[in-house]
Design a protein. Structure first.
Length: 129
């Protein structure tokens, strides 16, 4: 991965971290600096959720491998996967297991997913806290 890609990823993580802090001020979020070497969530601080953050120049929908990476990381930590992504000049979007949206136990997050704007997702998170 190039230095430019790593830098853009870090900027995306900080940007989404600010989004979370603005909507959930009672929580303490931080970037996971070990994730590059050890894997795991990009951001830490949301109970039971593994946050994977992606920032890309062009596109209109998440890439399948991003979701699988999110699921792999969450599985290692026994957490529920959540992917947040944003393309240049676009709003943040999220991907979560459909079972999470239905308030069911998430047992296979890879199969059925729900995609939504991050503004909608944050309202769902607030309902569960």
């Amino acid at each position: 991965m190039s230095a430019k890609s790593r830098r853009k990823g870090a900027v995306g993580e900080r940007e989404f971290l600010s989004f979370l802090e603005g909507h959930l001020p009672s929580f303490c979020f931080q970037r996971n600096y070990d994730q590059a070497a050890l894997g795991g969530s990009d951001l830490i601080g949301l109970p039971n959720i593994s946050l994977e953050i992606k920032r890309y120049k062009v596109g209109n929908v998440h890439r399948r491998e991003w979701w699988h990476q999110s699921c792999d990381n969450a599985e290692k930590e026994s957490l529920i996967p959540m992917l947040a992504y944003r393309f240049d000049r676009s709003d943040w979007q999220t991907v979560v297991p459909l079972q999470w949206m239905a308030k069911e136990i998430v047992d296979n997050p890879r199969e059925m997913i729900a995609c939504m704007p991050a503004s909608y997702w944050i309202e769902e998170v607030k309902k569960r806290l």
